[in-house]
Design a binder for this molecule. Sequence first.
Ligand code: ATP
Length: 272
Amino acid sequence: MLKISHVSRRFGDKTAVSDVNLEIPQGQMVGIIGRSGAGKSTLLRMINRLADVSSGHIEYNGVKTSELRGKNLRSWQRDCAMIFQQFNLVPRLDVLTNVMLGRLNGRNPVLNLLQVFSPAEQLEALKALERLDIAATAMQWAQTLSGGQQQRVAIARALMQGPKVILADEPIASLDPRNAQIVMDSLRDINAEGITVITNLHTLDTARAYCERIVGMAAGKVVFDGTPDELTTDVARTIYGADGLKEAFSEAMTSTSIAPLAIKTSSATAAP
Ligand SMILES: Nc1ncnc2c1ncn2[C@@H]1O[C@H](COP(=O)(O)OP(=O)(O)OP(=O)(O)O)[C@@H](O)[C@H]1O
């Protein structure tokens, strides 16, 4: 269980995340949606400690992760892998080495510098690549891969950490619909094995198609927390605002539209 209690994050005068409370049971697939600047990335970054909370706390299975230091913090960051919109691979390293770098946190720093990986680690990395159906690219430089392939390499790298939680910050925002679907399918398969997946998503339809639970954020606050069925047009209006709603729906139809489900409307003034 991941528990977020009264968490806020301020940057100077700006409150990016404001008094967020969430309880996420192990194995849930959660989509976080909201307009640009709503606080989605900051929330994810606080979960794996790329950013610190200003107040409140985050705990995982009873351990206050927001207060961990040193070795215990590194251990949490191994348990809680993160993938990003821009993949963050090392472009001029081969794919296999990029995946093995997922192991860095738990290794001897001297071996890290030398990039020496054991045969067992190499085999494990290859298996992770096979799982994501890109083992054939193992010896290529990462920069020669398509965006969709690079994101799958990033997921394989995350899996090398043996994580209990995967955080994905807009993982498909740079991808075409076909690759977006492959990446979301991969995250769903990983989630089916019991790993909690929490992903920020730009488009409503993707969240509705893939996530059992959707959290809507606006101006740093959680304004919706429910199932895809509960995400009506009225609720979407609360999350995106009247002007943002049109953008959210039209974007959903034109960009990363993946097996969209019909939005349940609760008023006569439904979005197109
Ligand atoms: N390091 C920082 N310093 C100052 N302000 C920040 C910093 N990080 C985020 N912010 C501000 O906090 C607010 C929330 O940003 P955040 O990136 O979390 O939103 P988001 O919902 O993820 O948006 P996007 O989808 O555009 O990434 C924004 O107003 C942003 O400008």
